[in-house]
Design a protein around this ligand. Structure first.
Ligand SMILES: Cc1ncc(COP(=O)(O)O)c(C=O)c1O
Length: 393
C-alpha cells in the first residue's frame, strides 16, 4: 500500500497560489480553503494522460464521470441517482450564482443560517435577491469549546414569508465544521416543503469527514429529493479547487432544467482538465483520501489540544468535518482588526470572521490543511503574540 506523505513541505510560492500570494513573505497563509498537499496520483495521472493526447478542442460532459458519481453516491449513502440527474459546473460559487439567478423572482429572499461561507451572501446579492439571515444560537460546551444550534422558530418565521423562495444550506458547515444531524435535516426540510422553498444544499465538504456521518439532505425522502438541488465537488476533498469542476445533482426534472438553463445563459463550461482531474480523483483517490482524513484529524486534535493548553482565552468549535477551525477571539484584548493582529504580530493569516456574516465578528477561521510542522509553527507564533498581548495589557 502506498503511504502518502502529507508532512512534505511543497513550495507553492511562484505558482500564483491565491493562498500564498496574498500574504507577505514569512507570513503563514492559513486562510482560504485549499490545502498545501499534492493531489492524489490518480488525479495527476489522468490530467497528464489527457495532456499527452495533445488535442484540446471543445468537450462534452464525460459519461465516465457521471458513472463514477452515480456509483459513489450509491456506495457512500445508498443514494440511487441516475446519470441524467447530474450537471457539471466550473466551480461551486458559479453554481450558487446560477441558482440564485435561475430560481425565484428578483427581490425574493434567500434564507441563510449564519455564520456561513461568505460567498453565499455574494451569490444572492449579485443576483438581485436579498439574504434573510438567521443567526444560529451560540452554545458553550465548556470554557473553551462551543457549538451552534438551529433557531427553528426564526427559520419558520422567515420561511413563512412568501418572498422567501430558496434556502441555501452549507452541510458540512463552513466555518463551524459541524454536520447537520438527521433530526435537524428532517425538521428543516419539512419547513421548506411546507412553504414551497427550494433547498440548495452545498455539500462541497462532504467527503472530509473527521468523525460522524454526513447525510445528504436529498436522501431523507423522495419528496425532499424532489425539492433539492445538491452540490458536491472533488475540489476540497482532493485539493483541486484550481481545476474548477463541480457536480450538481437534481432528481427533479424541473429543478434540473431550470438549473441547466441558468448555466447555459452564462455559457458555463468545465475545462477538459477539470473533468479529467475529477474523474481521476473520484475513481482512484480513495486510499489517498482515507490517509488524508487520518492526517487532518490528527491536525485538528493537535490544534485543539494546543489551544486548550496554551491559549485559554480562545474558544473553538470541534469540527467534525473540513480542515477549518472556527475560533472565537472575543475574550482577547485585541485593539483594532483581529486579522491584522494575526498577520502583524504573529505572522499568521487566518480568514476574517466577518467574511462569514455579522455573526462572525470577533472570530477568525484557521485552515489546518497543511503539513503538521506548519500548523505547529503557526500556533506557536500565535501563542507568542497572545502572551505578549496579555502581559502588556
Ligand atoms: C461551502 C463552500 N462552498 C463553495 C466553496 C467554493 O467553491 P468553488 O471554489 O468551487 O467555487 C467553498 C470554498 O471554500 C465552500 O467552503
Amino acid at each position: 500500500m502506498t503511504v502518502y506523505n502529507f508532512d512534505e513541505i511543497i513550495d507553492r510560492t511562484g505558482h500564483h497560489s491565491a493562498k500564498w500570494g496574498a500574504v507577505a513573505d514569512n507570513c503563514l497563509p492559513m486562510w482560504v480553503a485549499d490545502m498545501d498537499f499534492r493531489s492524489p496520483p490518480s488525479a495527476i495521472a489522468a490530467m497528464v494522460a489527457r495532456a499527452q493526447h495533445g488535442v484540446f478542442g471543445y468537450t462534452l460532459d464525460p459519461p465516465k464521470l457521471k458513472e463514477v458519481v452515480v456509483e459513489r453516491m450509491s456506495r457512500l449513502y445508498n443514494w440511487e441517482i441516475r446519470p441524467e440527474d447530474i450537471l457539471f459546473t466550473p466551480g461551486m460559487v458559479l453554481a450558487l450564482c446560477a441558482t440564485c439567478s435561475g430560481f425565484g423572482e428578483p427581490g425574493d429572499s434567500v434564507l441563510i443560517q449564519t455564520p456561513v461561507y461568505g460567498s453565499f451572501f455574494k451569490a444572492v446579492r449579485a443576483n438581485r435577491k436579498f439574504t434573510a439571515n438567521i443567526n444560529m444560537a451560540y452554545v458553550a460546551d465548556d470554557a473553551q469549546t462551543f457549538h451552534y444550534e438551529n433557531d427553528y422558530d426564526e427559520f419558520e418565521m422567515v420561511a413563512r414569508d412568501p418572498q422567501t423562495s430558496i434556502y441555501l444550506q452549507c452541510n458540512p458547515q463552513n466555518p463551524a465544521g459541524f454536520l447537520y444531524s438527521q433530526t435537524e435535516l428532517e425538521r428543516i426540510a419539512e419547513i421548506c416543503l411546507r412553504h414551497n422553498i427550494l433547498i440548495v444544499a452545498d455539500e462541497i465538504h462532504s467527503d472530509l469527514i473527521l468523525e460522524g456521518a454526513h447525510i445528504p439532505i436529498a436522501t431523507l425522502s423522495d419528496e425532499i429529493a424532489q425539492n433539492t438541488l445538491t452540490m458536491i465537488a472533488p475540489s476540497k476533498t482532493y485539493n483541486l479547487a484550481g481545476m474548477a469542476c463541480s457536480v450538481l445533482i437534481a432528481q427533479n426534472r424541473e429543478i434540473r432544467e431550470t438549473t441547466a438553463a441558468a448555466l447555459q445563459s452564462i455559457s458555463a463550461h468545465v475545462n477538459i482538465m477539470g473533468y479529467e482531474a475529477a474523474y481521476g480523483a473520484y475513481s482512484g483517490g480513495e486510499e489517498w483520501l482515507r490517509q488524508l482524513l487520518v492526517y487532518l484529524k490528527d491536525n485538528r486534535d493537535y490544534a485543539i489540544a494546543f489551544i486548550r493548553k496554551h491559549l485559554p482565552q480562545i474558544k473553538t468549535t470541534i469540527p467534525q468535518s473540513t480542515y477549518l477551525l472556527w475560533m472565537d477571539m472575543r475574550e482577547l484584548p485585541i485593539e483594532g482588526d483581529i486579522v491584522d493582529f494575526f498577520k502583524d504580530r504573529a505572522g499568521v493569516a487566518p480568514s476574517p470572521g466577518e467574511f462569514f456574516g455579522d455573526a462572525g465578528a470577533g472570530f477568525v477561521r484557521l485552515n489546518f490543511g497543511c503539513p503538521r510542522t506548519i500548523l505547529e509553527k503557526g500556533l506557536h507564533r500565535l501563542k507568542a503574540a497572545v502572551d505578549q498581548l496579555v502581559t502588556t495589557v
